[in-house]
Design a protein around this ligand. Structure first.
Ligand code: ADP
Ligand code: MG
Length: 292
């Protein structure tokens, strides 16, 4: 039978917007010494917007955005939504895409109006033999401001960059401060470029950053920390990180994220406020104190 104090803890959590799925999650929470936190949608709002369109010489900005958005229309990634919204705001008519593909954590590809279009990370374009050096300095300037840079290639040549910004959630700084006060080591995890990740981490005072991590590698990062003897909570929105949520000692789903996140996690934070992690630890400590 579940001890009364656990049931009380679960009930108090629910009142505070912290949904605790089972006794185990509540019991383990007080032992957590490390929080791995996904950047996009967890530390940030998760509603990115295109803030700059930079076309290569001889390419029109509208053409660049129209071709990129025509391919991204078939993707469900938050970056894709931002690109399609930017094209619509400019009143651009999108074309049909053929041979669409979306390698996870890399980008999208397709044929639009007989042109081969690649949209994605610099590493992805390079892996398809597109040289990105021509605009690399500009890309790094944008990344140093905290923007995610998406590269666009047309017919095998770099055609431009889209800078996409996703503001830090208003509740994030205070939550990180409270977690640091509790002696929790916070590690940012992201598939984004290291320069962008470092810029956001600097804003937030996070010292540990794991960047350029492909979706299938995210749970390995959690497992590695566990092997080092750490008790790991992982917070994410379920876009690419559901296996990592399931691997962690305590998975924490952002209630603003996907259903699969909530299924994979022991704890769900309604409203996606990371401060709920601090509350969950307090509830865990109180419940376990009563049991002992
Ligand atoms: P995160 O860890 O921030 O959730 P992802 O693993 O989803 O990031 O993506 C990693 C990187 O891959 C992105 O920063 C972007 O450069 C690229 N990428 C992924 N999906 C897309 C897409 N639909 N369009 C363009 N780029 C993408
Ligand atoms: Mg994500």
């Amino acid at each position: 039978a579940t001890p009364m104090s656990i049931m009380v803890g679960v009930g108090r959590g629910a009142q505070a917007g912290v949904l605790i799925k089972n006794a185990e999650a509540l019991e383990r929470m007080e032992k957590v010494d490390t929080l791995v936190v996904d950047k996009t949608g967890t530390l940030t709002e998760g509603q990115p917007k295109v803030v700059a369109v930079e076309a290569a010489q001889g390419v029109g900005k509208d053409d660049l955005l129209r071709l990129a958005a025509s391919v991204e229309r078939s993707s469900e990634h938050p970056l894709a939504d931002a690109i399609v919204a930017a094209a619509r705001e400019r009143g651009l008519a999108l074309d049909e895409v053929q041979e669409f593909d979306a390698p996870a954590g890399k980008g999208v590809t397709g044929k639009v109006a007989e042109k081969a279009v690649l949209v994605g990370s610099a590493a992805f374009l390079e892996s398809r033999n597109v040289a990105v050096q021509g605009m690399a300095a500009l890309a790094d300037d944008l990344r140093n401001d905290g923007a995610t840079v998406v590269n666009v290639a047309i017919d095998g040549k770099l055609a431009g960059l889209l800078a996409i910004a996703d503001p830090v959630k208003a509740s994030t700084p205070a939550a990180l401060k409270a977690l640091a006060g509790d002696g929790i080591r916070v590690i940012m995890l992201t598939g984004d470029n290291r320069t962008t990740a470092n810029a956001i981490a600097r804003q937030l005072g996070i010292a540990d950053v794991e960047a350029d991590v492909l979706p299938e590698q995210k749970s390995a990062v959690v497992a590695r920390l566990q092997n080092e003897g750490r008790v790991v909570a992982m917070a994410g929105d379920g876009i690419n990180d559901a296996p990592a949520l399931a691997t962690a000692d305590v998975g924490i789903a952002m209630g603003t994220g996907t259903d699969v996140a909530m299924e994979s996690a022991g704890v769900t934070l309604l409203g996606g406020d990371l401060m709920g992690m601090v509350r969950a630890r307090r509830l865990s400590e109180a419940a376990m104190r009563n049991i002992r």
